[in-house]
Design a protein around this ligand. Sequence first.
Ligand code: CAA
Ligand code: NAI
Length: 697
Amino acid sequence: MSEPVTYRLEGRIALVTIDNQPVNALSHAVREGLDGAITRFAGDDAAEALLLTGAGRVFLGGADITEFGKPPRAPSLPDVITAIEGLEKPVIAAIHGVALGGGLEVALGAHYRLAMPGTSLGLPEVKLGILPGAGGTQRAPRLVGVAAALDMITSGTPIGPEKALEIGLIDRIGSGDDPAAAGLAYAEELLAAGAQARPVGALPMPQDAPELFEARRAALEKSARGEIAPLTALDAVRAATRLPIGEGLEEERRLFQQLLDSPQRAGMIHAFFNDRKVAKLPEIAGVAPRDFASVGVIGGGTMGAGIATAALLAGLRVSLVERDADAAERARATIEKNLAAAVKRGKLGQERRDAILSGALDCVTGYEVLGGADVIIEAVFESMDVKKEVFAQIDRVARPGTVLATNTSYLDINEIARATSRPQDVIGLHFFSPAHVMKLLEIVVAGKTAPEVTATAFALGKALGKTCVRAGVCDGFIGNRILSHYRAAADHMVLDGASPYQIDAALRDFGFPMGPYQVADLAGLDIGYMTRQRKADQRHERDRYPGWADTLYEMGRLGQKSGRGYYIYDEQSPRGRLDPEVEEIIAAEREAQGIRPRDFTDEEIVERYMAAMVNEGARVVDEGIAQRPLDVDVTLLYGYGFPRHRGGPMHYADTAGLGVIRDRIQRYAGGDDHFWQVAPLLARLADDQSTFASLNG
Ligand code: CAA
Ligand code: NAI
């Protein structure tokens, strides 16, 4: 293996290059190499300055995340950075691609910083449940001030070089496309001007700003939803205003270690690696996707218009087919509104918007236009008859090799595929609403879907910026199937005496952005009603029925869209307030079913809800609907608001212990042994004292 850190004299400048592909993570070998380079430079009389660069696509991608949780090995990154900072001759960092986390902290240990255009500079540690633990919380506020440092550290959002120059994080934006050459030229210029070592740690302590810290703390307490890292990072930055650099670094280390040992860190790192593993599937390894540049969308309602918007934002051409001219016009208006919102949020330039609307979008009524599409996505009403008719029509006009996708939420995609003469080209692309915003895309592989079609679906999902999860065909696929199970568990608790408001609050405290009854109000109570109707003939006589939900629907209480659902929405409470009438309706239902209500603690609510989620997740994995437990975790995280710091339901179960979850389910079965039956996979793993993670590969 080649050396991860090389040292070479370029005239009077020592060029130190870090080469640890793919992202130059600061592994033990890199830290050792850097340590050696520092010592060599200090004693190298021919070297007047040191230039730090990264080989390949990026400067430095940060600490080596795979080392977290393992015993630390010297030299530590903070020590290496302090040694860089302490060098008596100037040290310059030439940054390209990314400087993230420990990578940016290395640059902060340098005395001068140059970044190439397009670079991303950030301290994203809070997104991994930790804080910048190699001096970032102490050096960044000294360099850019408390407010700008807090912006970067507590949000974890990276910035570009222009902003970095404006706040003083870097000294210069380089030109050309060779960071080492730009860095060498800059180093020569600095030496010619007599530049000296200029340690950031020696800058004056930033002024304390109690009001700023208090305001930020209050805002974070609201937005962090139980995450501890952003608040702990805030404490570390505050320490920079109160302690000299050496003591500040020690305090940072103490807080870093505290976070490193927390289950939240484990959950977020589980999520980080899952984000990357989820699209790695043996069935499409080495399979080339088909080309796609144009997408046909059928149906321009809630989903079709959103899907079209997502495709347009990704630079694809879209032909949208609706039933009549009015509906086509409405679809176009919705898409225009979505694009205008994207311009407002800075996601799309005005010029590109104009170009899209004049050249890339067609909203029409005839199917012939679909003959030019590479991928066709159907998003018409959720009715098997309508969908079969639509697929028969697509079959007549689509070119051979076109991918034919359905956005169905529940229907049998094998049956839809049989309506065509080419089932190998048919696949499910299950988007979430709003489709141009939500990150999750379930890619539902049917019985006859060709691997090339699956590979194309993953490539398309990636182009649309989605996190793609492979699912198999069943009622509700991965996400909606599990949802219907834990929603039922919530409904059973309501029947037995819990209020929907208590359930929502308990689950918000757990970290969900909304509780299930707030979600129901958002989606519309008609959706749940229709689902209950659709499944009426599959209902088992022992299924417990949430009759009050039908009553609410029949009263026209459809949720947010009608101003009333579980909550009341009006001017004084746009986010909804409690409604005693709902409690009365529920109480009447309990009485009608002969149930004596009892109290629930918040803890029991969360435990039952999670047990239902995990149990159905285990069944979904066992049946091969999800290939691995991690696919369930990613689905719940990106489609259902599951708190990222808990990693996902299967990771949650591993953390709690599978035996504990199994025992809970067995206990609940004492009250209802129809709903609560331990999933066979959960039982097997619990008996073996194993984990879901053991199946993730
Ligand atoms: N450590 C170890 N492995 C890493 C890594 C890291 N910091 N960053 C990325 N990788 C791995 C990925 O897991 C992936 O591995 P596989 O190919 O086996 O799946 C590979 O590198 C390529 O990563 P991506 O697919 O993400 O590549 P990309 O080009 O899309 O993105 C990136 C590159 C922007 C650097 C992105 O990987 C990223 O954001 N990485 C994390 C950066 C980060 O959070 N750094 C902070 C680390 S914590 C820290 O530094 C703590 C501290 O204060 C001391
Ligand atoms: P919608 O009712 O808002 O839109 C359906 C559109 O299809 C209507 O505009 C209708 O005019 C059009 N349409 C019907 N038949 C057509 C035909 N033969 N040719 C062309 N257009 C036709 O419905 P929505 O919510 O957009 O749902 C569409 C599909 O997406 C359904 O299968 C649904 O289950 C699924 N879905 C819905 C989600 C949601 O949150 N709304 C989420 C994920 C999937």
